[in-house]
Design a protein around this ligand. Structure first.
Ligand code: ADP
Ligand code: MG
Length: 514
C-alpha cells in the first residue's frame, strides 16, 4: 500500500519516520524471497499487460511502479549497485531494509536518529575492514573467474543449462577484452535471439546487428572482407526527374528514364570500382543498384541506424564517408568474415574478426522471450562480476560466509564503542545476519537454527557458508565449493545500503528538529 501509491498528506515527526521506514522495509521485503540460488522468481505485469519474469533484484524494483519517495531510495540503492558492480542488488536492498528495521527498534528505545546514523557509518567502516580480511589470497585465474561467474548465475533462469557452461562462455568473453589497460567491458555485447534452447548460447568474436541484406541475391557469407560505411542515398532523389525535364512526349520520358537508369548504374559502378566487399549505408539503396551490387557479389546492408553504423565502424576500423567519391580503400575497415543468417523471421548480420576492436558478443539463445530475457540478465550480471573480479583481483567467499564474518567483526568491535552508539553498531551487525538468514529461509531451512550453526562453524573453522547445490544444503567453506563473489560487490552493498538507510533515518531527523 505504502509503496505503490502516494496518496499521502504531509506528515512529520515519528509518523513520517515510521512511514518512511515502513516503505523502505516493504521494498526490501518484496525482493527478499529471490535472494540466492534457491530464490524464487517474480512475475511482473505492467499496466499494458506486458509480462516480465525475473529473479533479478534491480529488474524487479525497476518494473515495480514505486512512488513512495523513501521506497524510491531503496530502488536507487539497487540501481547504483547495478551500475557500479552489476550484481548484489538483492543483497543491497535487503540489507538496507533490515538496517531500517533495526533503526526502527532503536528509535522506539529512544536512541536518537543522529546517533543511529553515526553508529551505522562507524559500523560500515568496520564492515569494510572485515571484507578486506575475507579477500582470498589467491590469484584470480580462469578457474576462479568461472566460479565467480557461476555463483552469480546460480538460481537464475538459465533454462536448465548448467551455469558452468555459460560461465565458461562469460569468462572467455571477459578474457577476450582484457588488456594491460584493464577489462574493456563495453566491448562485450549481449545479443538475444529467441528460437533455440539456451544450450545454443555461444560466443561470437565480433558484433551482431539485426539487419538483412539489401537484395535477395547477395552473398550470405563474405570472407576476408573490406568494409565500407556510406552515409548517402544510392537512389534517384524524388522530384529530380520532373525538375530537369518537362515531359511531354514519349521520347522525352524514355530519355528521362534512361538518364535515371544511367545515374543508378553509375552509383553501382562507383561502389564496384571502390573495391569494397561489404557495404553498410545509413541511407537507402535503390533496388536496381542493389541488384547490380548483388550480381558483383557485394554484400550490402542499407538503412542501418547511426548506432549500428558506429558499431560497425568501431569493430572494423572503417571510417564513415558522406559522399560516394570518398568511398576509397583508405576509408575501408576489415573483417575476417561477414555473414547473414536467418533465425525464423529475423535476419542477423554477423561481423566477425573486426580489425579495429576486440569486440565480442555473447549470442544468447532461449526457447521463449521470457527465458531469453532472463538469461540475458543473468549473463549480463555474470559478465559484470567476472570483469569486476578480474580488474580488482579480489574475491571473497559467498553463501553468507562473508556476511557472517562481517557481523562477527562488527559485533566484537561494538564492545569498545562508548554510549548509545554502541547499540547502533550492534544493530548493524544484527542486520548483516539477514543475508545468511534469508539464504537459509529460501533454501527451506530454519533461519535461526542455520544462523546458530553457521556462527558455530565460523568460530570453529573460520570460513562458513550455507552452500546449496539446489537439493542439499551444507554448512562448510564456500571456497571449496566454488561459491565466491567479487569483494567489490560486497563493499558496494555495505556502502550503498548504509547510505540509503541513514539517509532515510536522517530525513525525519531534519523534519523532527524543525
Ligand atoms: P544478488 O542480487 O544480491 O546478487 P542473488 O540472488 O544473485 O542476489 O544471490 C546472491 C547470493 O547467493 C550471494 O550471497 C552468493 O554468495 C549466494 N550464492 C551463490 N551461489 C550459491 C550457492 N551455490 N550456495 C549458497 N549461496 C550461493
Ligand atoms: Mg546476483
Amino acid at each position: 500500500m505504502f509503496i505503490l501509491s502516494e496518496d499521502s498528506k504531509r506528515t512529520q515527526g515519528r509518523d513520517a519516520q515510521s512511514s518512511n521506514i515502513m516503505a523502505g522495509k516493504a521494498v526490501s521485503e518484496a525482493v527478499r524471497t529471490t535472494l540466492g540460488p534457491r530464490g524464487m522468481d517474480k512475475m511482473l505485469v505492467d499496466s499494458s499487460g506486458n509480462v516480465v519474469i525475473t529473479n533479478d533484484g534491480a529488474t524487479i524494483l525497476n518494473e515495480m511502479d514505486i512512488e513512495h519517495p523513501a521506497a524510491q531510495m531503496i530502488v536507487e540503492v539497487a540501481e547504483s549497485q547495478e551500475d557500479e558492480v552489476g550484481d548484489g542488488t538483492t543483497t543491497a536492498s535487503v540489507l538496507s531494509g533490515t538496517l531500517l528495521a533495526e533503526a526502527e527498534d532503536l528509535i522506539e528505545q529512544d536512541v536518537h536518529a543522529t546517533t543511529i546514523v553515526e553508529g551505522y557509518h562507524e559500523a560500515a567502516r568496520i564492515a569494510l575492514e572485515a571484507i578486506d580480511e575475507q579477500v582470498l589470497s589467491v590469484e584470480v585465474d580462469d578457474e576462479l573467474l568461472v566460479q565467480v561467474a557461476e555463483s552469480s548465475m546460480t538460481g537464475k533462469g538459465t533454462g536448465g543449462l548448467t551455469p558452468e557452461v555459460l560461465a565458461e562462455t562469460v569468462v572467455e568473453a571477459v578474457r577476450h577484452v582484457d588488456s594491460d589497460e584493464g577489462v574493456a567491458r563495453d566491448n562485450i555485447e549481449v545479443h538475444t535471439q529467441v528460437g533455440a534452447s539456451s544450450s545454443a548460447t555461444e560466443l561470437v568474436s565480433g558484433i551482431i546487428i539485426d539487419e538483412e541484406p539489401a537484395h535477395d541475391e547477395m552473398p550470405t557469407v563474405v570472407e576476408d572482407a573490406s568494409i565500407g560505411i556510406l552515409d548517402v542515398e544510392l537512389g534517384v532523389r524524388t522530384g529530380e526527374v520532373d525538375a530537369e525535364y518537362s515531359i511531354d512526349s514519349m521520347d522525352q520520358l524514355t530519355a528521362a528514364l534512361d538518364h535515371e537508369e544511367a545515374e543508378l548504374r553509375q552509383y553501382a559502378q562507383d561502389v564496384i570500382d571502390s573495391g569494397v566487399d561489404v557495404l553498410f549505408t545509413t541511407d537507402s539503396v535503390d533496388d536496381r543498384v542493389a541488384s547490380l551490387l548483388a550480381s558483383e557479389g557485394i554484400l550490402t546492408f542499407d538503412d542501418i541506424s547511426n548506432k549500428k553504423a558506429r558499431k560497425v565502424a568501431n569493430a572494423t576500423g572503417a571510417r564513415r564517408v558522406g559522399a560516394l567519391e570518398d568511398l576509397t580503400e583508405e576509408e575501408f575497415g576489415h573483417a575476417d568474415r561477414v555473414r547473414s543468417e536467418a533465425y525464423g523471421d529475423d535476419e542477423l548480420a554477423f561481423v566477425e574478426g573486426g580489425a579495429a576492436a576486440e569486440a565480442v558478443t555473447v549470442f544468447v539463445r532461449g526457447g521463449t522471450d521470457h527465458v531469453a530475457d532472463e538469461l540475458e540478465r543473468a549473463i549480463g550480471d555474470a559478465l559484470d562480476v567476472a570483469s569486476t573480479a578480474l580488474e580488482s583481483g579480489e574475491v571473497v567467499p559467498g553463501a553468507g560466509a562473508t556476511e557472517i564474518a562481517i557481523a562477527d567483526h562488527v559485533r566484537s568491535a561494538a564492545a569498545g564503542i562508548e554510549g548509545r552508539k554502541q547499540l547502533a553498531v550492534t544493530a548493524f551487525a544484527d542486520a548483516m545476519d539477514i543475508i545468511p538468514r534469508t539464504l537459509a529461509g529460501n533454501t527451506g531451512q530454519d533461519p535461526i537454527d542455520s544462523l546458530v550453526d553457521l556462527r558455530a562453524a565460523h568460530e570453529a573453522e573460520g570460513r562458513a557458508g550455507l552452500i546449496t547445490d539446489g537439493e542439499t544444503v551444507t554448512i562448510d567453506d564456500p571456497v571449496e565449493y566454488g561459491v565466491v563473489d567479487p569483494a567489490d560487490v560486497k563493499r558496494e552493498a555495505v556502502e550503498s545500503a548504509t547510505e540509503a538507510a541513514t539517509m532515510i533515518v536522517r530525513i525525519d531527523d531534519v523534519i523532527a528538529a524543525e
